[in-house]
Design a protein around this ligand. Structure first.
Ligand SMILES: C[S@@+](CC[C@H](N)C(=O)[O-])C[C@H]1O[C@@H](n2cnc3c(N)ncnc32)[C@H](O)[C@@H]1O
Length: 288
């Protein structure tokens, strides 16, 4: 079964994602893009990566957002249009499936494909793509999926925000190690990509697969930093970690629930800080 993500969760995490993604790695990607790049965004959700990367590209560009969830894609169009209009950019719809954001450096064209990425890359329009990008996706996929992508791609592959498994909740509590163990186990669950999800092994697996195909690979840290007082995010993280751990460590349910309640109390008092380990990944094909 594939994973369902909540619109509210993607909304909450967007500013943390934006702060966390490596600027240097994004610039290394941008340096390899043609004059009017055609970007394919896998698991695009509500378009968070588009909103971060499109202004950095800064000139005419075309994006295809791919997601299995139609509601997400509709929210992506609405959110992109709202945010663009908020900063004074005109938005038009030349046909039913295309949106144009009229930015000063040239139009940003946005379209979407509803597709199950478990079947990728055979259901992707790779012949019309200059870069394949994604954010918060590759820890969900399987090793076989990464292998197929590395074998099929002749263009840059950029995967932002892959979990590293190094999460630190502050202040420390006795249940931290137990919750971390259950959370890590849950990350390996099959997330609908044809095998165990890579979880914290995603970056190492991508490094191996893309290097073996002659790509130059680079990675950079992109941890979320949740400060004391950012109560909503630290509460959601505590609840998310506890729920994942509970699904794996049923015999320890009472300890995990106690951990969750302590964390929520700390968050409510503005005393909870969290660092969630992530790493960005970039693979550039040789000889371009
Ligand atoms: C963690 S969210 C990330 C969304 C977005 N990239 C972001 O950074 O906000 C993962 C996204 O992948 C999509 N997804 C998960 N499994 C999928 C699949 N098998 N096929 C297509 N999309 C999938 C989900 O619907 C969701 O939008």
């Amino acid at each position: 079964m594939s994973e369902e993500f909540e619109l509210d969760w993607l909304d909450l995490r967007e500013p943390f994602d934006a702060m966390a993604r490596s600027e240097a790695l994004a610039q290394a990607l941008l340096a390899r893009l043609p004059a009017r790049p055609r970007m394919l965004d896998l698991g695009a959700g509500t378009g968070s990566l588009f909103r971060w990367l499109a202004p950095r590209i800064g000139r005419a560009q075309a994006w295809t957002l791919v997601d299995q969830n139609r509601e997400m894609t509709e929210a992506a169009f609405d959110t992109i249009a709202d945010r663009a209009e908020t900063v004074g950019l005109k938005v038009t719809f030349p046909n039913k499936k295309t949106m144009l954001v009229h930015a000063p450096g040239g139009a940003w064209r946005v379209e979407a494909i509803i597709a199950d990425l478990a079947d990728a890359p055979r259901n992707l329009p790779l012949a019309n793509t200059d870069a394949v990008v994604c954010s918060a996706l590759c820890d969900l996929v399987s090793g076989a999926w990464v292998e197929r992508m590395a074998a099929a791609l002749r263009v840059p592959f950029y995967a932002a925000l892959n979990v590293t498994g190094r999460d630190r909740f502050q202040p420390p509590l006795p249940g931290d190690a137990l919750v971390a163990r259950g959370f890590a186990r849950d990350q390996g669950r099959d997330k609908g990509f044809g095998g165990r999800a890579l979880g914290a092994a995603a970056v190492a697996e991508m490094q191996r697969a893309f290097s073996a195909r002659g790509f130059a690979v680079e990675t950079a840290p992109s941890d979320w930093v949740v400060r004391r007082g950012e109560t909503h995010m630290s509460s959601e993280l505590a609840m998310g970690h506890a729920a994942a751990a509970l699904s794996q460590e049923r015999r320890e349910a009472w300890r995990i629930e106690a951990w969750r309640e302590q964390r929520l109390a700390l968050a409510a008092q503005g005393r909870a800080a969290v660092r969630v380990g992530h790493r960005d990944f970039l693979a550039l094909p040789a000889g371009r």
